[in-house]
Ligand binder design. Structure first.
Ligand SMILES: *Cc1c(COP(=O)(O)O)cnc(C)c1O
Length: 462
C-alpha cells in the first residue's frame, strides 16, 4: 500500500486554519482551540496514512470538525439530562431533583460567606449540626437528630458508635446489597461490630432474635430490604416486636430504613414503604434514612432517635469524615421546611409531585407533548399511550406505577441508534425502547423541555 503523499501535503497548516472566520470567532481559550486543531489535523493525517483517499480536505469541513471538538471540550462533564425513563429516583441520573427553594438556598449560600459554623447570637464558634437538627425533630417527633454525608455513612457512624466491639443481631433476610455495593456485612465489619445472623433468607422468627442474644450483644439491627421483595413464604419480625425484645433486655434497636418517607404514601397508592413518623412511635432507639430518596432532598444521611446516642455520634471522630457540606445543608434545610406543612411538601418537592401525580394529572401533560410532536411529523409517528414507570432509588421495588408515555416509531433511523443519538445531544435525553417503540414517560419530564425534545426528535428522525 502506497501512502498518498500528495494528499498529505495538502493538509492545511495550523496558521491557515487560525485565519478562518469561524475559527477566529470561536468563543474558547487559545489552548483549547490549538488542541482541537491539532487533534483534527492528526486524525486527517492518520486517516490518509491508513490508506483512506476519500477524506475531505475542504477548509469548511476541517473548521467544522475543529469546532465540534471545541464544543466537546467546552462541555461540562457533569451536566443536566432529561429523564424520560419514568423512573423517579434514578440512581444513575442523580436521584432526587431539588425544589426551587432548595436550589435558591444552595445558590445564596454558595455566593456569599455564611454562618455554617458561626453562632450569630453569641458572636462565637457554632456547630454545623445546629442548622437542621431542631427542624428534623419537629417534623419527625424525634428527641435528637443529625445529618451526615449520606445514609451509608449514617449506618457506619451508628454502628461504630453503638456496636463497636459488640455483637449486632441482624436477620439473614435483611443482609442486602443496596445500589453501589452498600452491603450490610461489609459496613458492619468496617464499623468494628460483629455480625450475628439469625433466621433464614425468607423467615426470621421472634425466638431467633431472643436466642441470639448473649452477654456480647450490643444492639439489634433491622434493615429495610428496599430494593427487593420476597414473595410467597415470608416472615419477618416487626420493628415493634424487635423493640420489645431489645428493651426488655436493655439493648438498643437500630433501623436502617433506607428511603425515609415523611408523608403517608399509601394514600397515593404506594404500599409497603415504611413511614418515618409511624416508625418513631415504636420507640426505636435510632433510625436512619437517605436525604435524596423519598424525602426528595439532597444526598444526605439523616439519623434520628435517642439524644444520648446522637450526642455520642456527634463526638465520634468518624463524624468529621462524614460531615455534611454547606450546599447540602442549605438544600436540606429548604426541603425540610416544606415538610412543616405536608400539603406544601407535596406541591413543591418534585419527587413528591411526580410520585403522587395520577394518570388524570398526567394526561393533559402527555397531550401537550403529543400535540407538539404530532403536528406535521416527518420521518416518525407518535402515539399517546400508557405504560409503567417506577419510583426507583431502591424504594418500593415491586411496584410499577402506571404512567402516560409518548411512543415513537421511525423508519429513518434504528431505535438503538436513535437511543444513542439522544444521549449525544447537548442536553441528553434518556429514553427507553419497548416493543419496537421509543418511549418517553411524561411523569419524569419537565414541561419546560418539551420544545427541546420536539426539535431534537425532528432533527434526528429526518
Ligand atoms: C439506599 C440505602 C442505603 C444507602 O443510602 P445512601 O444515601 O445511598 O448512602 C442504605 N440502606 C438502605 C436500606 C438503603 O435503601
Amino acid at each position: 500500500m502506497s501512502v498518498n503523499t500528495a494528499l498529505l501535503r495538502k493538509i492545511p497548516k495550523i496558521d491557515e486554519i487560525l485565519k478562518q472566520p469561524s475559527i477566529e470567532a470561536a468563543d474558547c481559550s487559545h489552548s483549547i482551540l490549538m488542541e482541537s486543531i491539532r487533534e483534527t489535523l492528526d486524525s486527517l493525517r492518520q486517516n490518509i496514512l491508513g490508506g483512506n483517499d476519500s477524506v475531505s480536505l475542504e477548509m469548511d469541513d476541517i473548521c467544522a470538525q475543529v469546532m465540534e471538538l471545541v464544543t466537546q471540550k467546552n462541555t461540562m462533564h457533569l451536566r443536566p439530562v432529561i429523564n424520560a425513563t419514568g423512573i423517579i429516583l434514578h440512581t444513575n441520573l442523580g436521584r432526587a431533583k431539588l425544589s426551587d427553594r432548595a436550589v435558591d438556598a444552595i445558590t445564596s449560600i454558595a455566593q456569599d460567606y455564611n454562618n455554617l459554623e458561626y453562632n450569630l447570637e453569641k458572636g462565637a464558634r457554632g456547630s454545623r449540626y445546629d442548622h437542621v437538627d431542631k427542624l428534623i425533630c419537629k417534623i419527625t417527633g424525634a428527641e435528637a437528630a443529625m445529618a451526615v454525608n449520606n445514609n451509608a455513612a449514617a449506618v457506619m457512624l451508628i454502628l461504630s458508635t453503638m456496636a463497636k466491639g459488640h455483637e449486632v443481631v441482624v436477620s439473614r433476610g435483611e443482609l442486602v446489597e443496596i445500589g453501589g455495593a452498600f452491603r450490610v456485612p461489609d459496613i458492619m465489619a468496617q464499623s468494628g461490630g460483629t455480625l450475628v445472623e439469625v433466621g433464614t433468607t425468607n423467615k426470621t422468627h421472634y425466638s431467633d432474635y431472643v436466642n441470639a442474644i448473649t452477654e456480647e450483644t450490643g444492639a439489634l439491627l433491622k434493615v429495610h430490604t428496599s430494593n427487593f421483595k420476597i414473595m410467597g413464604f415470608f416472615e419477618e419480625v416487626t420493628l415493634e416486636e424487635m423493640v420489645e425484645i431489645g428493651h426488655s433486655r436493655n439493648l438498643p434497636v437500630i433501623y436502617d430504613m433506607g428511603s425515609g418517607s415523611l408523608v403517608r404514601l399509601e394514600n397515593y397508592g404506594i404500599q409497603d414503604e415504611p413511614n418515618v413518623l409511624d416508625l418513631m412511635k415504636t420507640g426505636v432507639d435510632i433510625l436512619s434514612f437517605s436525604g435524596d430518596k423519598l424525602l426528595g432532598g439532597p444526598q444526605a444521611g439523616i439519623i434520628i432517635g435517642k439524644k444520648e446516642w446522637i450526642d455520642k455520634m456527634k463526638k465520634n471522630p468518624l463524624t468529621r469524615a462524614f460531615r455534611i457540606d454547606k450546599f447540602t445543608l442549605a438544600a436540606l434545610e429548604a426541603t425540610l421546611r416544606d415538610y412543616l406543612d405536608p400539603d406544601v411538601a407535596l406541591k413543591s418537592i418534585p419527587t413528591l409531585q411526580m410520585m403522587t401525580a395520577t394518570l388524570d394529572d398526567l394526561k393533559p401533560k402527555g397531550q401537550k407533548l403529543y400535540d407538539l410532536l404530532s403536528s406535521e411529523p416527518e420521518g416518525y409517528t407518535v402515539e399517546l399511550t400508557e405504560d409503567f414507570g417506577q419510583i426507583g432509588g431502591g424504594s418500593v421495588p415491586t411496584q410499577m406505577i402506571p404512567s402516560v408515555v409518548i411512543a415513537l416509531k421511525t423508519t429513518k433511523i434504528s431505535l438503538d441508534k436513535l437511543e444513542e443519538e439522544l444521549r449525544k445531544v447537548s442536553l441528553p435525553i434518556i429514553a427507553r425502547i419497548s416493543k419496537e417503540r421509543m418511549l418517553f414517560d411524561v411523569r419524569t419530564i419537565d414541561e419546560r423541555h418539551f420544545e427541546y425534545i420536539n426539535e431534537t426528535l425532528r432533527k434526528l428522525c429526518k
